[in-house]
Design a protein around this ligand. Sequence first.
Ligand code: CDP
Length: 232
Amino acid sequence: MKKTRKIIVAIDGPAASGKSTTAREVAKKLGYTYIDSGAMYRAVTLQALHDKIPVEAQQEVAQLAQRIEMKFGWNNARTIIFLDGKDVSDKIRTPLIDQKISPVAANPQVRKILVEKQQQLGRSGGVVMDGRDIGTVVFPQAELKIFMMARVQERAIRRQKELEQKGIKVDLEQIVADMEYRDKQDAGRSHGPLKKAADAVEIDTTGLTILEQVERIYQLAVQKIAEVTGTV
Ligand code: CDP
């Protein structure tokens, strides 16, 4: 029997389109590593706020991105991110970080540093990575690219539920407004904008369950692995 080749699965899309939950589950089924690239931009933003560095201060924020050490860990439910050894998984996923992150994500030097880290993490394949520019910039050679989207109202309800589970109450209108603002910033920046790669498969997750999303992408991955391994 031929040894199967390990591929890269790149999943991009707007805020709360279901990327991370889906990506994590797909990775689990494939026995691959899941990397949440958004967690890295979030961690840099958190550290800037902690150090009282204005998020717009490009040079200082880039130095910080260079300096901090980020490590990933996993438990059953989610990705754990360690920032200089401390578990900051909860702290990076708050409405405050959502509101402050855009200038950090638009900072070309920060992007360069984080893209290199991401490429390093995926260099031997066998990864599922989600973000905004994974299929376009980080891994343009990825064998499978997915672009996930969903209606903004549905995405906002999902985000509200996620926050509620952590005891954070936010108005739905506020979430819609924050999300639309962030998506607009993500799509409009000149470096690594949110964009569907020409060869990405588009999946609209409005009305789909997580299980259905996972199954669709998993099947596409299995098919791709068979193709690149030469068994079909
Ligand atoms: O969970 P959600 O989709 O809301 O966000 P995320 O994937 O954690 O990403 C948070 C923010 O980080 C995004 O709004 C982008 O501004 C930025 N980001 C990015 O610029 N490039 C990536 N590859 C991933 C995230």
